[in-house]
Design a protein around this ligand. Structure first.
Ligand code: PEP
Length: 263
């Protein structure tokens, strides 16, 4: 695979600063062993500064789970891109389904935020995905392609390395109900084809597209073996550092199967 795999932990609304310190201290040496994998931890705002400080000059990128696209002003409760950069963030999740569904984030808002992150050099991990009802009704591709197209409308000269997409079928998030590797590959392959049209071949060949939805050590190797899947965005199984390390190792082993990392 020419694209560098990424394993990204989404801690959601979990961990105190002390817990984040313990996790990060345990992760850093193990992540350093996975030389061909980009490792990101997307953490709550309250521990971002500390995780970013600990991860500085290491292979681990610290990032946030959300922000607002204006730089400052009367937006009570929001955090801006300059604020994230100030505390050392290198990446940010945009349009996670929990934000789209619970906090009513629209495709337009997600597209504006993605544009702002890219302008500022912050790597957006843009989530797209369908509900169970949409999938059962045969509307999966309408939904997902609409979300991807709206983001791509913001770009003229898109650089595939400046953005990461994550296909996260909503019915698979936090449910234990993973998409089969074939279904995940099918959706992600279609997204890559769409990006070929919406941008160009170079963009589509370079951009990383992750799968998210109940990824765990038991299913990671099969998912990582799919041609168009470049890694995973992981919620539940990223909360324990031991299982997240196993996922990082699975990504490394997908690149260099003969050099299995040791425990
Ligand atoms: C997520 O939160 O992006 C996610 C994929 O969660 P989980 O791994 O728990 O399904």
């Amino acid at each position: 695979m020419s694209r560098r795999p990424m394993m990204a932990a989404n801690w959601k609304m979990n961990k105190t600063v002390r817990e984040a310190q313990e996790y990060t201290a345990a992760l850093l040496p193990r992540a350093a062993d996975a030389k061909e994998v980009d490792v990101a931890v997307l953490v709550p705002f309250t521990c971002l500064h500390e995780v970013a400080r600990m991860a500085e000059d290491t292979v681990v990128t610290a990032g946030a789970q959300n922000f607002y696209y204006e730089d400052s002003g009367a937006y009570t409760g929001e955090v801006s891109v300059p604020m994230l950069l100030d505390v050392g963030a290198g990446a940010v999740i945009v349009g996670h389904s929990e934000r789209r569904e619970t906090f009513c984030e629209t495709d337009d808002l997600v597209a504006r935020k993605t544009k702002r992150a890219i302008e500022a050099g912050l790597l957006p991990i843009v989530c797209v995905g369908e509900t169970k009802e949409e999938r059962d009704a045969g509307d999966m591709w309408d939904k997902v392609s609409g979300q991807v197209r709206r983001v791509m409308e913001e770009f003229e000269d898109a650089d595939g390395e400046s953005i990461v997409f994550a296909y996260e079928p909503i019915w698979a998030i936090g449910t234990g109900d993973t998409a089969t590797p074939e279904d995940a590959q099918d959706a992600i392959g279609k997204i890559r084809d769409l990006l070929r049209e919406a941008a160009d071949r170079d963009f589509a060949d370079t951009v990383r597209i992750l799968y998210g939805g109940s990824v765990k050590p038991e299913n990671a190797a099969e998912i990582m073996a799919q041609q168009d899947i470049d890694g995973a965005l992981v919620g539940g199984a990223s909360l324990e550092v031991a299982s997240f390390v196993e996922l990082v190792e699975a990504a490394q082993n997908a690149v260099t199967p003969s050099e299995q990392t040791e425990d």
